[in-house]
Write a protein that binds this ligand. Structure first.
Ligand code: COA
Length: 329
């Protein structure tokens, strides 16, 4: 029998700088009303000058370790889910290891965009079940604000920065991560990515002038994918655990757009009250989004021991995934 693996410590962090819809009205031709009705977002947080993704990650990690009753030296392995590392070529998880003082931990970055937290938890769980490690610090942290073209109202108004961390360990039998589903629908078109600055198209002056060094999104294509991916991933993870939507107490969806969550609720035939939503405060924080929502749901007392949760994400790639979790704390 495989060990049960679950979250024994959880921590979140959102940077202090608040960017409201009114702030966006000053930068581009948009309105608070348009953003609220099309997305549900009211404000987001941006990393302040001098703060990189690793700094957000470290704050969330400290909170998670405190919650787990651990010190940084106890950590055996760090997985950092991010698509916005501090530097190119050096993994941001190594910076986290150094800044946190997790001197005994090996570390790598996991790049699965907004599905990153789900992917990282699934990978971490199997590394513990294999007997390779006894604990894994899973972090999802993003500074998407640094990749935004502040003149592009189509893409930039959606995103924000944040971090979440979870300590994975063996838990009581029958609790923890019950089942998961990870999916990829790879696309070669530029549906959601930064076209320039990777190895295929290095940065040029022209690319900077054209704004090709910033995040660019085809909103409608992503929307079409998301409304199918969210219910499909959730159902597939439930099926993998021989469960159905009736077994769920709460769904923690990727916080991209209220309309996407409402559509998923309809397709899953679940009431909206079963979906935890905090996108109005943070916008889409990419990989951090599901963790940030889980952290706030726990802080607000919406999750109690024995509750069955579905954590579901989707994002660039296109990647998607879901994890069924029986809360063990
Ligand atoms: N303010 C005002 N108008 C805006 C705007 C903004 N911030 N952004 C776009 N518009 C305009 C468009 O230019 C367009 O104008 P036009 O009709 O004159 O061309 C109009 O609003 C409608 O645009 P459209 O793209 O059809 O809107 P939409 O209802 O599809 O909403 C998104 C746009 C981006 C909110 C929506 O497509 C979406 O949420 N997609 C998924 C994005 C996502 O989740 N990404 C992250 C995935 S991890």
């Amino acid at each position: 029998m495989l060990k049960s693996v679950g979250i024994v410590g959880l921590g979140i962090y959102a940077p202090e700088k608040v960017m409201t819809n009114a702030d966006w009205e000053k930068l581009v031709d948009t309105s608070d009303e348009w953003i609220r009705t099309r997305t549900g977002i009211q404000e987001r947080r941006y990393a302040v000058e001098g703060q990189g993704t690793s700094d957000l990650a470290v704050e969330a990690a400290k909170n998670a370790l405190k919650d787990a009753g651990m010190v940084p030296e106890d950590v055996e392995f760090i997985i950092l889910a991010t698509c916005t590392p501090d530097y190119r070529a050096q993994n941001a998880s190594s910076l986290v290891q150094a800044k946190l003082g997790a001197v005994n931990a090996a570390a790598f970055d996991l790049s699965a965009a907004c599905s990153g937290f789900i992917y990282a938890l699934a990978v971490g769980k199997s590394m513990i079940q294999s007997g390779m490690y006894k604990n894994i610090l899973v972090i999802a942290a993003e500074s998407v604000s640094r990749l935004l073209n502040m003149k592009d109202r189509n893409t930039a108004i959606l995103f924000g920065d944040g971090a979440a961390a979870a300590v994975l360990k063996e838990v009581e039998d029958g609790y923890g991560i019950i089942s998961s589903f990870l999916g990829t629908e790879g696309v070669t078109d530029d549906i959601l990515r930064i076209n320039v600055g990777g190895t295929l198209h290095p940065v040029t002056h022209e690319a900077i002038d054209n704004g090709d060094v910033y995040l660019k999104m085809n909103g409608q294509e992503v929307f079409k994918f998301a409304v199918k991916a969210l219910p499909k991933a959730t159902k597939s993870a439930l099926e993998a655990g021989n469960l159905t939507v009736e077994d769920l107490d709460l769904v923690i969806p990727h916080q991209a757009n209220m309309r996407i969550i409402e559509s998923a609720a309809k397709r899953l035939k679940l009431p909206m009250e079963m979906f935890y939503v905090n996108l109005q405060k943070y916008g889409n924080t990419s990989a951090a989004s599901v963790g940030l929502a889980l952290g706030e749901a726990v802080q607000e007392g919406k999750v109690k021991k024995g509750d069955m949760l579905a954590l579901t994400g989707f994002g660039a790639g296109l990647t998607y995934g879901s994890l069924v979790l029986k809360w063990s704390k």
